[in-house]
Write a protein that binds this ligand. Sequence first.
Ligand SMILES: Cc1cc2nc3c(=O)[nH]c(=O)nc-3n(C[C@H](O)[C@H](O)[C@H](O)COP(=O)(O)OP(=O)(O)OC[C@H]3O[C@@H](n4cnc5c(N)ncnc54)[C@H](O)[C@@H]3O)c2cc1C
Length: 487
Amino acid sequence: MLVDAVRIAIIGAGFAGLGMAVRLKQVGIDDFVILERAQDIGGTWRDNSYPGCAVDVQSHLYSFSFAPNPDWSHVYAPQAEIWDYIQTIARRHAVLPHVRFGHEVVGGEWDESAQHWVLRTTKGEVRAQFVVSSMGPLSNPMAPDIPGLDTFAGHTFHSARWDHDHELAGKRVGVIGTGSSAAQFVPEIQPEVGRLTVFQRTAHWTFPRRNRAITATERRLYRRVPLLQKLARARQYLFRELIAFGFLRNGRSRFLEAIATQRLRRQVPDPELRAKLTPDYALGCKRIVVTDDFHPALASPNVDVVTESISEVVPEGVRTADGVVHELDTLILGTGFEVMPVADPLCGRDGVPLAKRWAQRRAAYLGTTVSGYPNYFMLVGPNTATGHTSVLLYAEAQIEYVIQCVQHLRHTGADSLDVRPEVQDAFVADIRERLKGTVWTGGGCASWYLDPDGGSSVLWPGFTWQFRAALRRFDPADYRLHSVATP
Ligand SMILES: Cc1cc2nc3c(=O)[nH]c(=O)nc-3n(C[C@H](O)[C@H](O)[C@H](O)COP(=O)(O)OP(=O)(O)OC[C@H]3O[C@@H](n4cnc5c(N)ncnc54)[C@H](O)[C@@H]3O)c2cc1C
């Protein structure tokens, strides 16, 4: 069944997909749909509603530059407010009528003769000249591969699918994982649970968050003098770019590590627990956890931090390698996400699904286009993150790049563009070379940033302004243009 035939199909109604839609409308392109598998918009900020869920980049920076919000309640806004911001933008720019809910894209082929994509969704077929894939870098929760997980007699859920109907008060609760999500929900649930057992594989470096309410006077000022908000954003941007300095060289930021260690000493008086919470790799190598209350919560009398590795889950709880069974009523998986799910089911010119092409390593030109996949764009694709700043800075640069590509085809009368393989290969080789000198590959840790071969198809090995500069001007020479009339 043909559901739609449109010029542009955007996959995913998260921050990136909706930002793309808003900008398309602003430049006068109205012929698009957004295919969303869920029943609401919002992506990350719809799905993650665990207690304490919030952004860990200042909200003025974690918002679109073309849609500033003078009304953020806090420097780091909570999840509900970010979700509300996304919905407000979508309503204000009238993109909701373009969204097709419950349409999961499960496959797709490039039709060479017609020069368009044929997407298969759970509700039927969609044909589109262009596809913008914004399926999210962290949209599929990852369950750990632990034997016996499904034998647990208590209740289990993932932090990204928080069970708000499940009562935690007084219970024996286990948490697997100590990354950014756990660091946010553990301090929230610790006071109410009976006993909390936190299973830690690796200790994380932490940075102070120092969240505070934005006063009514500040908000009034931002509303009346938008330039002030721009300045606040610029200050936060520059501060975060400074942090990147430390990451881009392969050495330890002894100064920052000393500050973090001092703070840990203040927050955790017990030397044994402190030793467990002290990382043995360079700061920045893994994603830094931005928090003020995680370590104090772990130091509370009703919390145990278990560093012994987990051998299995049994009906009573979790058995660790030392043979101890930690008895639990509830098990919360704070185990993160599949990184940039390689589930992208679209097949390129050679009929090979991107997921298969990328089985070993993801590779895209400017994190956005993939050779052999004409008129196909990714937002927040490979090598578009640094962990120290707002992902939206990358997404916005990509959105503007996509618009340039679409407009270029319109002006030239061509039907499709496909990045030249040699251009993509040179770009990817350059990224790999530049990554060699960074803390992410040389900092002595294993992280979700890294590919099995030690490279990274997640990280951008530079400053965000360098990424934005690389995408500022679309260069037609990077692409092969094709039109049906002149094959
Ligand atoms: C808990 C959490 C906290 C975060 N905090 C920060 C932060 O502080 N700063 C920061 O920069 N980044 C943060 N991130 C990263 C965050 O994912 C990005 O900032 C941003 O939200 C990504 O937007 P997106 O639109 O690319 O993806 P998402 O928000 O994940 O949206 C993707 C959408 O695509 C849909 N979808 C997926 N597959 C299909 C399919 N096959 N068919 C149809 N629809 C599909 C999904 O349902 C979803 O709605 C955080 C992520 C998480 C999980």
